[in-house]
Design a protein around this ligand. Sequence first.
Ligand SMILES: C[S@@+](CC[C@H](N)C(=O)[O-])C[C@H]1O[C@@H](n2cnc3c(N)ncnc32)[C@H](O)[C@@H]1O
Length: 190
Amino acid sequence: MNANWQGWDKRYQDGFYYGPLQPHQLVSRFWSMAQSGSPVIDIAMGTGRDLFVFAEKGWFCCGLDRSWEGIKTAVQGASERGLQFFPIFGDAYHLPFKEGSASAVLVFYFLVREIMGDLPSLLCPGGILMYETFLQDQNNFDRPRNPDYLLHHGELIGYFRGLDLMFYEEGTFLFEGKKRAVARYVGRKR
Ligand SMILES: C[S@@+](CC[C@H](N)C(=O)[O-])C[C@H]1O[C@@H](n2cnc3c(N)ncnc32)[C@H](O)[C@@H]1O
């Protein structure tokens, strides 16, 4: 069992992710590539910022997280926006979703290597996977993070060779004046 989730309740209580959060750029750019008709699943959704983009467009959305505080914030955020989604308190190690059920799977700033191979199987034909998280290089210029939860160069794209690649980049980018070393992936199931 990974201990990555521990402490997230406290972080959310302490105002981590405080304020109205924008969706990640990848979602803003690629949401329209998802087909309608099947749910959108956000694994480790946090406060739900990425899921809300799809909920606004009418998708049925499910968000999984291991933090009650994160879920609480997401439910409140959805209510304030007049949106509905289906929150799931659970551990990403035991994904409660059916194979072939999702028109999109989102994973942002969360890494559990044990489930990487399962993510494409959640997609229905034509479904898209969006994944973005930190590279190990992030530890060169930010607070130290456990390298177990940071990607090696070339690692992310390697997990999803069975999908059709739509977008991939990795490197260090300036985001709101701060350096971020990230990998970003979008792929589609045939
Ligand atoms: C860095 S936050 C990212 C949240 C969101 N995806 C975003 O980018 O705004 C990581 C999230 O992963 C959740 N988490 C950590 N371990 C988990 C696990 N084993 N299963 C489900 N969620 C987990 C935390 O509660 C937290 O909300």
